[in-house]
Ligand binder design. Structure first.
Ligand code: CDP
Ligand code: CDP
Length: 207
């Protein structure tokens, strides 16, 4: 069974992906971490985020099993990730890796921007998770503040808006709802309510 979860920044994809994977006994891949890791490697190597050739080389060298969440989770890395994610060479290098992850015998849950449209178009269940930009900024702000990040709410909201804009309007694999994906608007749902709604969608799609 393959479950594809897409949606904009801080909509709850990652948290839902993790819980859905646990519920059905599947492996989970947060594909945003791949783009964050590519950006991180460029920054570490002192290369500009505009260097498509270097970004593609970094993408080809990634190992999904050794991604370090903690270093990659900051707001700065999210913004940097959305820049390198627009490069066709980076996306092409990451396609096989994501499909190989999804091809494990028991199946998998993948979350990102283009899972239901490009990476796993034949997924058994597809969810497009969203929430208002203000609610998403509120969630991300609380999360970053609890980790000691001094970023302000207005900065988080501006980052989310800029990223939504870049991710939706890029030429390759833009963020969009697949035609056969179920829309889950979590603006007024806490994580437990969103999880129950997601399980109902997956069960209906796979029964
Ligand atoms: O993966 P994505 O960026 O879409 O979002 P996330 O990291 O799963 O969720 C962002 C934050 O919002 C986390 O701190 C979640 O616990 C929180 N959240 C929430 O408060 N209510 C929801 N319905 C979903 C997520
Ligand atoms: O957790 P959050 O939604 O804030 O970000 P993320 O899922 O870690 O993704 C970071 C950036 O990577 C996004 O803004 C996208 O530009 C890019 N990304 C993508 O293009 N395709 C994916 N499948 C996943 C992420």
């Amino acid at each position: 069974m393959i479950v594809a979860i897409d949606g904009p920044a801080a909509s709850g994809k990652g948290t839902l992906g993790k819980r859905i994977a646990r519920h059905y006994g599947l492996a989970h891949l947060d594909t945003g971490l791949l783009y964050r890791a590519v950006a991180y490697q460029l920054i570490q190597a002192g290369k500009p985020l505009t260097d498509e050739a270097e970004a593609a080389i970094a993408a080809r060298k990634l190992d999904v099993e050794t991604l370090d969440d903690e270093t990659l989770r900051g707001a700065e890395m999210g913004a940097a990730a959305s820049k390198v994610a627009a490069f066709p060479g980076v996306r092409a290098a990451l396609v096989q890796l994501q499909r190989a992850f999804a091809a494990r015998p028991e199946g998998a849950v993948l979350d990102g921007r283009d899972i239901g449209t490009v990476i796993c178009p034949d997924a058994d269940a597809k969810l497009f998770v969203t929430a208002s930009a203000e609610e998403r900024a509120n969630r991300r702000f609380k999360e970053l503040a609890s980790r000691g990040d001094p970023i302000t709410f207005d900065e988080v909201l501006a980052d989310i808006r800029a990223r939504d804009e870049r991710d939706t309007n890029r030429a390759v694999s833009p963020l969009r709802q697949a035609e056969d994906a179920a829309l889950l608007d979590t603006t007024k749902m806490d994580i437990d309510a969103a999880f129950r709604a997601a399980v109902a969608i997956v069960d209906a799609a796979t029964s």
